[in-house]
Design a protein around this ligand. Sequence first.
Ligand code: PLP
Length: 380
Amino acid sequence: MIYADYNATAPLRPEARDAMLAALEVGANPSSVHGPGRQARKLMEKARGQVASAIRALPQDLIFTSGGTEAVALAIQGTVRKLDGDCTLLVSAVEHEAVSKNAGHSGVAVETLYVDETGKADLDWLADRLGRWDRSKSGTPVLVLMLANNETGVIQPVQEAAAMVRDAGGLTICDGVQGLGKLPVNVSLLGVDYLALSAHKAGGPQGVGALWLSSGAPLLPILFGGGQERSIRSGTENLSGIAGFGAAVDAAVAALSKMEALSSCRDAMEERLISEAGVTVFGKRVPRLPNTSNFAYAGFRAETQVMAMDLAGVAVSSGSACSSGKVKRSLVLSAMGASDTLAESAIRTSYGWRSEVSDFDRTADAWLEILHRRNLKETA
Ligand code: PLP
């Protein structure tokens, strides 16, 4: 089986597995003061250092969570609570549902930052909106903009946008889940106030993530209890998950050049699909994650393609598959102006640390064969 669904979950890196097993052996609570507890804390702090170093941050500014969704929820809801609701969220139209739904449930006004047909946020609109900002009406501007899109891989101009928001006295929350381990990430350069991360997109385990926040960034907890994680996120930490997270991210950062090299295989695959089948590739003209290719052949439904590819031994996804496994039309592609027919025909392939050059050729071979069979059926 060729696994081409890394943006859903990357396979566990061996370094992460080893670190997890070692942490499981410790079997103690990092908050306990006895020897085993101190050993557990040592492993946790090692991982905190590894994740912080991967984003060029200080370990003390990192809060471990149960994943990307919780990190995003903490950033959005925790900021809104601390600002007493006196803010307006400016949320890009291509955010993951973890972001858009938490924004929608935050109880404050949400305005949409639209994207152009390439998938990039419209910074002219943002400049204009911030220029007209009336603090007495809209409170603090809080931009919510992702680092890279999970469906198309399109990288957002976060640095420029965050600078504009900072100049306007606002805050920026960035969902960095898809960027970690695929791109160099430097929180100081990005200039954001909060960065949400998830382990399982970078070769760590599922169910663990982190929120980085710049020192002094306003935030109230959304979970209350034993006061772990500087009382920002109560609950006994997932020690083995955290240890796996740290080790995975360490390995991913060391292998960033291998990740970068995937882009030439991806580009060659896309050129073949364009020349032999005339597919539309989303985000092709703008900076993208090196591992992601989202393409559509109008009228060939995504779920049919995903099932046929599975039978052919290639695991891909429709960018818009939801947790129930059902496929719905991609809101991301619609936001980029794709017609319904095109948006319903898009599949996402995404590669990573275990992918080989031949995986790209075999993906293209399988997909072209499937299209050929489908076209024969259509003309019969
Ligand atoms: N943000 C983005 C861009 C994602 O792709 C995902 C997962 O698909 C999430 C957030 C949620 O992360 P998690 O699965 O760790 O909750």
